[in-house]
Design a protein around this ligand. Structure first.
Ligand code: SAM
Length: 267
């Protein structure tokens, strides 16, 4: 399981995408305060982890990820930011920490990429102290994604992404069963939060980092014989043309977040 199931080829596009996205992720649900000891599971390049660390003076924030490339970037960030941060290469399914080590364990858009999300959640529970919080942020139900007007090229990118996640053992529709997973692992005070429906206008898609991700997704799909490499430039050209159409809109899946509390009775 240590092999990183994450779909994308790591590149500068993803790095800047994660950096920008980390600034806007809602963190009010994490009940951050001074002194907390926190774990970010699947921390990627560590941008969200660093943002969290700024809210916990005197505490400590750990991030783990199974991608050596992401952890290397995160470790540079830890050194340059002088925050109380530590990044470790590890698998979410087997966390390298003692039981009851953390006040808060959270994850953002990771569980859908894992082959055994219930096992990862059990691990998150194990390393949380009794009364501590476990939070899964930003999972989705990707069956709801669609573009208006229809854009076959963009549909293909989404299809390539989803089938890639599935081929790696992940579940892009995990959001639907996330609350039930929290119940299965014995958490209490479970709350679910769904973002309102959201969409991105084509011209904003062109400006944002999202479109930069289309190329590595297609390259990965081409490497696995899902699309022809020769098609790629043409597909990207069609997507850009669609983005420039007045009114073109990508309807994004709702983001689903769940939090729960480790009880004395939690296994
Ligand atoms: C969509 S990214 C999210 C990164 C980060 N949480 C963020 O919001 O920017 C998914 C992350 O999960 C990591 N990942 C995938 N499988 C993993 C595993 N088995 N154990 C730990 N991390 C894993 C990937 O390397 C990647 O960094």
């Amino acid at each position: 399981m240590m092999a990183n199931g994450y779909a994308l080829t790591f590149g500068i596009e993803e790095q800047s995408f994660f950096r920008e996205r980390a600034k806007t992720i809602p963190i009010d649900w994490l009940q951050l305060r001074s002194g907390l000891v926190i774990l970010d599971v699947g921390c990627g390049t560590g941008d969200l982890t660093a943002r969290i660390a700024r809210h916990v003076d005197g505490g400590k924030v750990y991030g783990i990820d199974s991608s050596p490339e992401f952890i290397a970037v995160a470790q540079q960030l830890a050194t340059s930011s002088h925050l109380n941060l530590k990044f470790i290469l590890a698998d979410a399914h087997a966390l390298p920490f003692e039981s009851h080590s953390f006040d808060l364990v959270y994850t953002h858009t990771v569980l859908m990429h894992l082959s055994a999300p219930e096992k990862a959640l059990q691990e998150m529970v194990r390393v949380t102290r009794i009364g501590g919080l476990i939070v899964a942020l930003g999972e989705g139900n990707w069956e709801t994604v669609r573009c208006e007007p229809a854009c076959e090229a963009l549909n293909l990118v989404v299809k390539a992404l989803l089938s890639n996640i599935q081929r790696q053992g992940g579940d892009p529709f995990l959001g639907k069963r996330l609350a039930s997973l929290f119940q299965q692992v014995g958490l209490g005070d479970i709350e679910v939060r769904e973002s309102p429906s959201s969409y991105i206008m084509g011209h904003d898609l062109l400006q944002s980092g999202y479109l930069n991700l289309a190329k590595p997704i297609l390259e990965k799909a081409a490497a696995e014989g899902f699309v022809y490499l020769g098609q790629m430039e043409e597909l990207l050209r069609k997507i850009r043309a669609w983005c420039s159409m007045p009114g073109s809109t990508l309807h994004w899946p709702k983001s689903i977040s769940v939090r729960g509390c480790r009880l004395l009775s939690s296994p």
